[in-house]
Write a protein that binds this ligand. Structure first.
Ligand SMILES: [Cu+2]
Length: 558
C-alpha cells in the first residue's frame, strides 16, 4: 500500500490504488480519443474536399486515408470505449460502490494498466515506421492484413496486431480483478441484489469479454504468423481459409458490442435513478435481461458473414438470433422509461447525457434490424448505412455514456463540481452535430455508397450527393471544436470548481458516503449495508445541494 510521502512517480504512475489506476485509464483513453478524433477529421476532410491541402494534416494520400479510417475505428473501440467504460469506471466504481478498500489483486491491476499503456504506445508508434500505419480496416480481414501482395504495410500491420493482442491481455487481467472483487469483497450485509446495477453490468461485461476474447487472441497470433513467418492459416492458396479469420474475429466482435454496451447502460441506469429520485424499475428484470443478452450475444456473430460465403440456411438462423437480441435491449429502454415515469426529474448535465444515450441508441438499435435481416443485408452490406448504424450504437456508448459517467462522477473523482452551463453548451453542440454527421450517412448508404473509398469523384451518381458529405464534415469539425469546451471545463473545474462535498447529487450509493476524492483505502471503517442501492428513504444528506428537490412528494414517489 502506498503511503502519503511517496514521490510523484510512485504516487501517480506506480500506484496500486484502484482510483489512481482508474484515472490513468481515463486520461489515456481521453488522449487516445483525441488521436481518434484527429483521424476522423483527416479522412472526413478528404471526403468533403478530395485531394485538397487540409489544415493540420496536409494532403491525404490514398494509403494514409486507409490508415486513418482503420485506426480511427481501432482506437475508438479498443483504446477509448474499452479502457474508459470498463477499465476506468470498473476500477473506480467497483470497490467504492460495494464498500471495499481496493481491488482484490492491486498489483495485477497496476500491471494491467502498464500493459495497456504499452499497447497504446505500440499502436501510435506504428504510424512512424516505414510504410506507415496499418490500413486494412479495423476488422483486419486477410488477405488485406496478411498477404504480402495486398498488405501494403507489413510492419505497421504487425505492430497493429501486436498492440491489439497486448491490449486484450491487459483487459483479461482487469476482468479477473473485477469479477473476483465484486464477488468476494462486498461489504457485510450487501447481498447479490443490493449490488448497484452498474457493477453487475461491468461484471457481466467482463465475463463476456473473457469468454469471447480467446478465439480472437488465437486469430491475432495466427495472423501475425501469416504476416511474419509465412504460415498460411488464412491464405486460400495454401489451403487456408480467409473466412475462418472473420469467424474468429466476430465471435469476439459481436459480444464486444455488449462488453462496452453493458457498462454504458449501467452508468445510464445509475444516473437516471439519481436524477429522477426513483428506484430503478424492475431491478431483477434488468439484471436477468443483461445476462440473457450476454448469452445470446454469442449466437449472432455470423450476421457479419451473410455475403462472405455462408450457407443460406445458417444465414436464416443467424437472422433469427440477431433480431431476437434486439428484444432485451428494447425491454431495457422500457425499464428506463418506466424509471423516469413519475419521477422528480432534474435536467443536470449527466442526466442530459443519460437521456440522450437512450434516444440515440434507439436509432442505432432500430437500424440494426435492417442489417440483421440477411435479405436486406445483401443490399446494405458495406454501405454507409452500416457505418451510420454502428455509429448510432458506438457513439452513444463510447462518447455519450462516457460523458454521462465523467460528468456524474467528476465531483467524486476530484472533489469539485464542473460548470453546468459550459456542460450544457458542450452537450447540445455535441448531440446536434452528431446527428448532423450521421443522418446524411444513412441517406448516402441507402443510395448505395460503398464504404472505405478514398474519393467519390469518379462515381457520377454518388458525386451528385457531395453536399451531404460536406455537411457531415462541417458538423464533425464543429463537434471536434466543441470538445475544447469540455476539456477547458474539465481541467479548470478540477483546479477551481466549486467544492463538491461528499454527496452533491444526493445519490444513495456507497461511493457518495466517503469524502471527495476518497482517501486511499476508501472507507474509514467498512460500511454495513442494510438496504438496496436505490432506496430514497434516507433523508440525511450532508448538504442540500438541490433544495428544490427536497419536497417530500418527490421522495415518496419511489
Ligand atoms: Cu454483430
Amino acid at each position: 500500500m502506498a503511503s502519503q510521502n511517496e514521490n510523484f512517480f510512485l504516487k501517480y504512475f506506480w500506484s496500486t490504488d484502484h482510483k489512481i489506476i482508474a484515472l490513468q485509464y481515463m486520461f489515456t483513453g481521453m488522449a487516445m480519443a483525441l488521436i481518434g478524433g484527429y483521424f476522423a477529421y483527416a479522412f472526413r476532410m478528404q471526403l468533403a474536399f478530395p485531394g485538397a491541402e487540409i489544415p493540420l494534416v496536409g494532403v491525404v494520400t490514398p494509403h494514409e486515408y486507409n490508415a486513418f479510417v482503420t485506426n480511427h475505428g481501432t482506437i475508438m473501440i479498443f483504446w477509448v470505449a474499452m479502457p474508459v467504460l470498463i477499465a476506468a469506471f470498473g476500477n473506480y466504481l467497483i470497490p467504492l460502490m460495494i464498500g471495499a478498500d481496493d481491488m482484490v489483486f492491486p498489483r495485477l491491476n497496476r500491471l494491467s494498466y502498464q500493459i495497456f499503456l504499452l499497447s497504446a504506445i505500440i499502436l501510435v508508434a506504428s504510424f512512424f515506421v516505414p510504410g506507415g500505419g496499418f490500413g486494412g480496416a479495423w476488422t483486419a480481414y486477410p488477405p488485406l492484413s496478411a498477404d504480402g501482395a495486398y498488405n501494403l504495410t507489413p510492419l505497421g500491420a504487425s505492430m497493429w496486431v501486436t498492440a491489439v493482442a497486448l491490449e486484450f491481455v491487459a483487459f483479461l487481467m482487469g476482468g479477473i480483478n473485477f469479477i473476483t472483487t465484486a464477488m468476494n469483497s462486498r461489504a457485510p450485509g450487501m447481498k447479490a441484489f443490493d449490488v448497484p446495477i452498474v457493477i453487475w453490468f461491468i461484471v457481466i461485461a467482463s465475463i463476456l469479454f473473457m469468454a469471447s476474447v480467446g478465439p480472437l487472441i488465437a486469430g491475432a497470433i495466427m495472423l501475425l504468423f501469416d504476416q511474419q513467418i509465412g504460415t498460411g492459416y488464412f491464405d486460400a492458396r495454401t489451403g487456408g481459409d480467409p473466412v475462418l479469420y472473420q469467424h474468429l474475429f466476430w465471435f469476439f466482435g459481436h459480444p464486444e458490442v455488449y462488453v462496452v454496451l453493458l457498462p454504458a447502460l449501467g452508468i445510464v441506469a445509475e444516473i437516471i435513478t439519481v436524477f429522477s429520485r426513483k428506484k430503478l424499475f424492475a431491478y431483477k428484470i434488468v439484471l436477468y435481461t443483461a445476462i440473457a443478452t450476454g448469452v445470446l450475444s454469442f449466437f449472432v456473430w455470423a450476421h457479419h458473414q451473410f455475403i462472405a460465403g455462408i450457407d443460406p440456411r445458417m444465414a436464416n438462423i443467424f437472422t433469427v438470433t440477431t433480431v431476437l437480441i434486439s428484444i432485451p435491449i428494447a425491454e431495457m429502454c422500457f425499464v428506463y422509461i418506466a424509471t423516469l415515469y413519475g419521477g422528480s426529474i432534474r435536467f443536470t448535465v449527466p442526466m442530459l447525457w443519460a437521456l440522450a444515450f437512450m434516444a440515440e441508441f434507439l436509432i442505432g438499435g432500430v437500424t440494426g434490424i435492417f442489417l440483421g435481416a440477411s435479405g436486406a443485408d445483401i443490399y446494405f452490406h458495406d454501405t454507409y448505412f452500416v457505418l451510420a448504424h454502428f455509429h448510432y450504437t458506438f457513439f452513444p456508448i463510447a462518447i455519450i455514456a462516457v460523458f454521462a459517467g465523467i460528468t456524474y462522477w467528476f465531483p467524486k473523482m476530484f472533489g469539485r463540481m464542473m460548470s453546468e452551463t459550459a456542460g450544457k453548451v458542450h452537450f447540445w453542440i455535441t448531440i446536434l452535430t452528431f446527428n448532423g454527421i450521421f443522418i446524411p450517412l444513412f441517406v448516402l448508404g441507402a443510395w448505395g455508397q460503398h464504404r472505405r473509398i478514398y474519393s467519390y469523384e469518379h462515381f457520377p451518381d454518388l458525386w451528385e450527393l457531395q453536399p451531404l458529405r460536406i455537411f457531415a464534415t462541417t458538423c464533425l469539425v464543429i463537434m471536434l471544436l466543441a470538445q475544447v469546451i469540455f476539456l477547458v471545463n474539465f481541467f479548470v473545474s478540477m483546479l477551481r470548481g466549486k467544492k463538491a462535498g461528499n454527496n452533491p447529487w444526493r445519490a444513495n450509493t456507497l461511493e457518495w458516503t466517503v469524502p471527495s476524492p476518497p482517501p486511499h483505502g476508501n472507507f474509514e471503517t467498512l460500511p454495513v449495508v442494510h438496504r438496496g442501492p436505490y432506496e430514497y428513504s434516507h433523508p440525511d444528506h450532508d448538504e442540500d445541494f438541490w433544495p428544490q428537490d427536497a419536497a417530500p412528494a418527490a421522495e415518496s414517489a419511489s
